[in-house]
Design a protein around this ligand. Structure first.
Ligand code: NCD
Ligand code: ZN
Ligand code: ZN
Ligand code: ZN
Length: 423
């Protein structure tokens, strides 16, 4: 007898949608079949579509140290409500995750509180090479080349090279925030007299990201490591990455919903609530990025869920916190693209399940197949609904997409055979 059966639904199996009854034993997929079997518990999925559990490889759950914004309980609940079965948390907590001791402390917190699976990124600094070498059980290293939330940063090329070499030796990706610190300072000094929210966008133009990316690629071509470029915000970055791939480097990249679905016009409306690093761009840039995700030129989608309190946003343009929440809205926004025929379901599954699993080493995730982890995202592609601040689970209590009407809703989220969210 199986522990759980997902019955009467359709599922994305072997590259296509088919009627399927899926059975789970001990947290693993035990059988995928057309026929009904016996199970302790069944979940009726009539009218619904079962996808492999979605992965969000870029979240900031803020614990330890910034529990006012988010903690592992609220962050993981928001993930579950957004159909995300696995998250990778970033090291810019307080204190930053830059020692083995701090890594294991964070792991303990997450094990206790998280209702979704998690991986942890280890922070690279100019001083912690020995700790980096000792770190075990990590999804990857994170390299911040430019100033962002927290004070983790590596500025010099040789320090970046050292971090990349360690990543290579340990066989994990080095995820980079590729904005060039020198150029950031240069532009900020020029623009410091302005007080409008667009001043921040202008202080981090595309050239800041390009310069950072070129430096990262140069070091990765020496270290021969796997470079994962976080939050690409321009088609120019995507082109550079495509060239590097062609030259034989192992480079992957992610795009975030805010860069795909919002632009400078939203800065005019929402002000510093949509201040983030890298900043929002123009409409042309945004459309090209979205198309690059749809065609697979951009490898994966990730939310960069970066919750901040309203009061931290209601400050001057230079003082307001950078980042927007997004773990709960990423998949619905992408489902909306699928529902409207802009993106194929196969490509969505690749971008949020298969490829993130491959990039970050979750060998038993990303697919509905026997022996894989029993993580499922169950959706209704036809359902229309409105995203609302009040309904979000993140502790920050707001979303930049408040009022957006979309089609495609997460109905149930199942993690290791347990129902962790039901609408
Ligand atoms: C992130 C945060 O708040 O932690 N902020 C952001 O603007 N993206 C940090 C980051 O990912 O750069
Ligand atoms: Zn970043
Ligand atoms: Zn366009
Ligand atoms: Zn981030």
């Amino acid at each position: 007898m199986f522990d759980l059966g997902l019955v009467n639904g359709k599922a994305f199996v072997c590259g296509k949608v088919a009627d399927a009854n899926i059975y789970v034993s001990k947290g693993k997929i035990a059988k995928v079949s057309g026929a009904r079997e016996k199970a302790e518990k069944t979940i009726d999925c009539s009218g619904l579509l079962i996808l492999p559990g979605a992965i969000d490889s870029h979240v900031h759950f803020r614990e330890p140290g910034m529990e006012k914004k988010e903690d592992w309980r609220t962050g993981s609940r928001a993930a579950a409500a957004g159909g995300i079965c696995t998250v990778i948390d970033m090291p810019n907590t307080k204190p930053p995750t830059t020692t083995v001791k701090l890594l294991e402390e964070k792991r303990k917190i997450a094990e206790k509180k998280s209702i979704v699976n998690f991986g942890l990124n280890f922070g690279a600094s100019s001083e912690n090479a020995a700790e980096m070498r000792k770190a075990k059980g990590i999804a990857g290293f994170k390299v911040y080349m430019g100033t962002t939330t927290g004070d983790l940063k590596i500025e010099g090329d040789t320090d970046i090279l050292q971090a990349f070499r360690i990543a290579k030796a340990k066989g994990v990706p080095a995820a980079v925030h590729a904005e060039d610190e020198g150029l950031i300072r240069h532009y900020a000094a020029l623009l410091k007299g302005r007080g409008d929210p667009l001043a921040y966008c202008d202080s981090r133009p595309v050239s800041v990201a390009i310069k950072g990316l070129e430096r990262a690629i140069a070091q990765a071509s020496i270290a021969k490591n796997h470079l994962h470029v976080c939050h690409v915000s321009s088609i120019e970055e995507v082109r550079l990455i495509a060239e590097a791939k062609k030259a034989g480097l192992k480079v992957t990249c992610e795009a975030c919903p805010h860069h795909l679905f919002m632009g400078r016009k939203d800065v005019e409306k929402l002000g510093n609530f949509v201040k983030m690093n890298p900043p929002l761009r123009g409409d042309r840039e945004r459309h090209e990025l979205l198309r690059a995700l749809e065609t697979g030129l951009i490898d994966i989608a990730a939310s960069d869920h970066a919750p901040h309190l309203r009061e931290e946003k209601m400050k001057g343009v230079w003082e307001a916190a950078s980042g927007v929440p997004g773990v709960e809205t990423m998949l619905p926004l992408l489902l909306n693209e699928v529902a409207r025929g802009n993106m194929s379901l196969a490509r969505l599954v690749e971008a949020v399940c298969e490829k993130p699993a491959a990039i970050f080493g979750f060998r038993k995730k990303g697919k509905i197949a026997k022996g894989f982890d029993a993580d499922f995202t169950v959706v209704d592609l036809g359902k229309e609904w409105v995203i609302r601040d009040e309904e979000m689970h993140s502790k920050c209590g707001w979303t930049p997409y408040h009022g957006w009407k979309i089609r495609g809703k997460v109905e149930k989220t199942i993690v290791k055979g347990k129902l962790v969210f039901s609408s």
